[in-house]
Design a protein around this ligand. Structure first.
Ligand code: PLP
Length: 447
């Protein structure tokens, strides 16, 4: 859909580089998502961001600005306003917010809390209609020769991760594609994206201390420790007892402090990790609650899949993935349902009751973002089925996928019809899970 700018009333609007527009508040992501969805659905921005004319600090349209950032635009429509036309009503009684405070928060930070003030503008803000394509949505492209100046670039400048057609499971009417998230450099998993996003957000907010505590089932811990090493910080990681022993060694290689807690699920450790981080003055990033998790998948993972399929003339009919924090599948559902409506089915996979599959867990154990969107179906998979999924992919396609990826494949196998475009999200490879494979083969009497 190409809609050009239809209205530039009296030159009141201009397009500014998004980097020039200063966000003074920490916009609440739950309030941003409806704006993000609407813009993605319509392909059009209908309100300008009102900015103070000398500083370009945003005074209205915080949700739109954040939504446009998540949509990777280079330009944003702004309406400049003289500060004499601005009236600030503080909602903070203890230390009232003045216009000066908002401008300083935008220019230097730290950002002000969402809803800590209201702004009245003594001017009409007329409607506008600017198409997303006029805002120069950034291309998803990596350097052709793959030369990187540091390992962080190797992470985010190497995206998109591959999308590969699984030929042996495809047919004349069915295309099956796998998104290979092990092609991330640190944890060889989808969690590098989240570790990077949370660490960068904490750095930007000025809350990243010298030591970081996190409850992890391995992958997030590896990602955070790797990035902490680059920044000269340390990590202490809390792993449930159910996770394979190999994780301790990988984490030790990276220099992390590892503590095993007597819990079955990573999420059950959050209370203790939070309490200890407060006592010890450590930073707790908390992947289960930290919106930087959802954001990185909205901005990159989901859009990559869309652009990659578009490049071969396809649109997905069904996307299948596993649920841990629910970060990547919630973002994928928000993105694709906003853009294509119910024509894209989004299916999530959880372990069957009392089953342990590393990286994923059941919805009733509590997830934040899953409630912000819809899923068409939730499929239960046993650990045995997940491992059989791993074997099926390895023996037909030659790829040794991880257990949660095996669960995704198993769910696909159960629900797929013989037509349509399917995308399977494979969060990591199988190499961390040799203990689970050993146990499986022993159970079959093959060892
Ligand atoms: N699979 C693996 C191997 C993981 O490590 C994780 C998350 O830790 C997931 C799946 C679930 O991803 P998410 O937390 O985005 O729901």
């Amino acid at each position: 859909m190409v809609i050009t700018i239809v209205m530039y009333m009296d030159n009141m609007f201009s397009l500014l580089d998004i980097s020039e527009v200063k966000q003074p508040v920490k916009a609440d992501l739950k309030s941003v998502i409806p704006v993000y969805s609407k813009i993605l659905n319509e392909g059009v921005v209908r309100e300008p961001i009102v900015v103070e004319e000398t500083t370009n600090v945003a005074l209205k349209g915080y949700e739109t600005l954040e939504a446009l950032n998540l949509l990777s635009v280079e330009k944003v429509p702004v309406m400049k306003i003289d500060r004499s036309k601005v009236e600030v009503r503080s909602l903070h009684t203890v230390s009232p917010v003045r216009l000066e405070d908002i401008l300083i928060a935008g220019l230097r930070g730290p950002k002000l809390p969402y809803n800590s003030f209201k702004i009245q503008i003594d001017a009409q803000i007329p409607a506008l209609e600017v198409s997303l394509s006029d805002l120069n949505v950034r291309d998803i492209k990596r350097s052709n020769l793959r030369v990187y100046y540091d390992t962080l670039e190797l992470l985010y400048k190497d995206w998109p991760t591959p999308l590969v057609r699984l030929r042996s499971f495809s047919s004349a009417n069915r295309d099956v594609w796998a998104k290979l998230e092990w092609a991330n450099p640190y944890s060889n998993s989808i969690k590098d994206r989240v570790g990077w996003s949370m660490m960068m957000a904490a750095l930007e907010d000025g809350i990243l201390g010298d030591i970081i505590y996190e409850a992890t089932s391995t992958n997030t811990g590896i990602a955070i420790t790797a990035i902490a090493n680059l920044l000269g910080k340390r990590t202490k990681l809390f792993l449930p007892k159910t996770i394979q022993r190999a994780s301790d060694f990988f984490l030790k290689v990276l220099g992390a402090d590892v503590i095993r807690l007597p819990v079955g699920l990573t999420v059950e450790a959050i209370g203790e990790v939070d309490a200890r981080s407060k006592t010890d003055g450590a930073t707790h990033l908390n992947q289960f609650e930290n919106d930087a998790n959802l954001k990185v998948h909205l901005k990159y993972t989901a859009r990559e899949i869309d652009e990659q399929l578009k490049s071969v003339g396809l649109k997905p009919d069904c996307i299948i993935g596993g649920l841990g924090t629910s970060g990547h599948m919630s973002a994928i559902s928000i993105y694709f349902k906003s853009k294509y409506g119910s024509s894209v089915k989004v299916i999530s996979v959880q372990p069957a009751p009392n089953e342990v599959i590393p990286g994923i867990r059941r919805i009733e154990t509590g997830m934040k973002w899953i409630h912000w969107t819809e899923f068409d179906q939730i499929v239960d998979v046993t650990r045995r089925e997940a491992i059989e999924g791993v074997l099926a992919v390895a023996r037909k396609e030659g790829l040794i996928i991880g257990l949660s990826a095996g669960a995704v494949f198993s769910a696909f196998n159960r629900i797929a019809r013989d037509e349509g475009v399917y995308v399977l999200i494979f969060p990591d490879s199988g190499y961390k899970y040799s203990e689970q494979f050993e146990e499986y083969f022993r159970g079959l009497g093959e060892f």
